[in-house]
Design a protein around this ligand. Structure first.
Ligand code: AMP
Ligand code: GLY
Length: 426
């Protein structure tokens, strides 16, 4: 039976989810709230913000939406899933209580300690002077994190003590991230490659995706401030099937079990960010949602019907499902506005997307775009994700970069070294 679906969010992740859902033989009407300049090609645009729970629920009721899928962290942390469920609406995503695993780094750290999940050594502080004394005692390099949600920007990887002191000041004294910085996690610095895991869970069973890799710092060679993510590749060649199974057994399974034991089963997408450090794998954070831009590469590789998977997840029947992937690799290059993650201008016309999509294997996902007087313009920090698939990682990257060069807007900035470390380490 066909089912009408509402996707909540307006980034590259949501465009990729809509793009994949649209391919389902069971999809009826597909809505996206609020969507962006690109989602309208596959979904009907609904001009309601992601935090307007009541209006979104009313819309779902009125339109007889059979499944609502929540993309971003903020509505999940704010309890949108509980809100929809209380209204008897079918919704995919973790409850507010379960989303704390992302919304509170302090909660996540304590859960990991309890479940024996390997993570960087850490301390939690609410007092600036105590945090400062600890940081001075530990020395650099050291990592300072606002505990709450900060659009991926509340993490300071500090190479010097002065940087760490400045980070504590910005978070705890200048309140740059408002209440998200009331609690601070100070963490041991870990070297090594980063890997993103994605596990779809119905609270009891889970299915693991192939390993992927994001590139968080804005600059090439992992320099400059952290962003929401500048580019992704999947699968990550350095993580063998055996290693993936070990990470499942040491990270994903114990975390999901600990959540269940606490009475807050995690149903949705659990995304651990992991460092493959010289001391062994260590979890840096958990996210309670699909990664952005990880979703863009995953949706290019996923063979199984996404609607079937998410439906089974909501019904607690994930144990009956299997997940299949296309062979080969995918890459996604983020084209950002000049200045991001700092201040940037919006409203510049975008051209060349059609040409980019003529490159074999390429698909362009929109993130910060909008239509203004019928023309596509920039409307955010991360503007587009140019994705491509290929038989090898080098092939996928080559296609994605060729396509990325064909897109134009004033101030266009992108990292030219996405996937390079993974290629060189082979
Ligand atoms: P998080 O939001 O906690 O994943 O941190 C954002 C990014 O900061 C991560 O993706 C890493 O690149 C970096 N990072 C976080 N924690 C550490 C750490 N303990 N050591 C080194 N880099 C880190
Ligand atoms: N890929 C970074 C994030 O989704 O948080």
């Amino acid at each position: 039976m066909r089912i009408d679906v509402l996707v909540i969010g307006g980034g590259g992740r949501e465009h990729a989810l809509c793009w994949k859902l649209k391919q389902s033989p069971r999809i009826g009407k597909l809505y996206c709230a609020p969507g962006n300049g690109g989602t309208r090609a596959v979904a009907e645009q609904v001009p309601i913000g992601v935090m307007e729970f009541e209006r979104l629920a009313l819309f779902a009721e009125e339109k007889h939406v059979g499944l609502t899928i929540v993309g971003p962290d903020d509505p999940l942390a704010g309890g949108i899933v509980d809100h929809f469920k209380a209204r008897g609406l079918r919704v995919w995503g973790p409850s507010k209580a379960a989303a704390r695993i992302e919304a509170s780094k302090a909660f996540a750290k304590e859960l990991m300690r309890e479940a024996g999940v390997p993570t960087a050594a850490f301390e939690v502080f609410t007092d600036h002077d105590k945090a400062l004394a600890y940081v001075r005692a530990q020395g650099a390099p050291i990592v300072v994190k606002a505990s709450g949600l900060a659009l991926g920007k509340g993490v300071y990887v500090c190479q010097t003590l002065a940087e760490a002191e400045a980070a504590l000041k910005e978070i705890m004294l200048d309140h740059l991230f408002k209440d998200a910085g009331n609690e601070v996690v100070v963490e041991e610095y870990l070297d090594g490659q980063e890997v993103s895991l994605h596990a779809l869970s119905d609270g009891s069973s889970h299915l693991l995706f192939p390993p992927s890799q994001d590139h968080k710092p804005v600059g090439e060679g992992d320099t400059g401030p952290n962003t929401g993510g500048m580019g992704t590749i999947a699968p990550l060649p350095q993580v063998s099937e055996g290693m993936l199974q070990e990470l499942d057994a040491s990270v994903v399974t114990p975390t999901l079990e600990a959540m269940k034991k606490r009475g807050v089963p995690f149903a949705g997408l659990l995304y651990p960010g992991i460092k493959l450090s010289s001391k062994g794998p260590r979890v840096l954070e958990f996210n309670a949602r699909f990664g952005d831009p990880e979703t863009q590469v995953y949706m290019r590789l996923l063979k199984t019907d996404l609607l079937d998977l998410l439906d089974a997840c909501v019904d607690g029947e994930l144990g009956t499902q299997t997940i299949e992937w296309h062979p080969g690799f995918a890459a996604n290059i983020v084209l950002a506005s000049g200045g991001y993650p700092g201040a940037y201008e919006k409203g510049f016309p975008i051209t060349g997307i059609e040409e980019a999509e003529q490159v074999e294997g390429a698909v362009v996902f929109h993130a910060g775009t909008a239509l203004k007087d019928g023309a596509l313009v920039t409307n955010g920090g991360r503007v587009l994700g140019v994705s491509a698939v290929g038989d090898t990682l080098a092939h996928a990257l080559d296609r994605a970069y060729r396509a990325a060069e064909l897109v134009h807007f004033e101030g266009k900035y992108y990292r030219r070294d996405i996937g390079v470390e993974a290629l060189e380490r082979r």
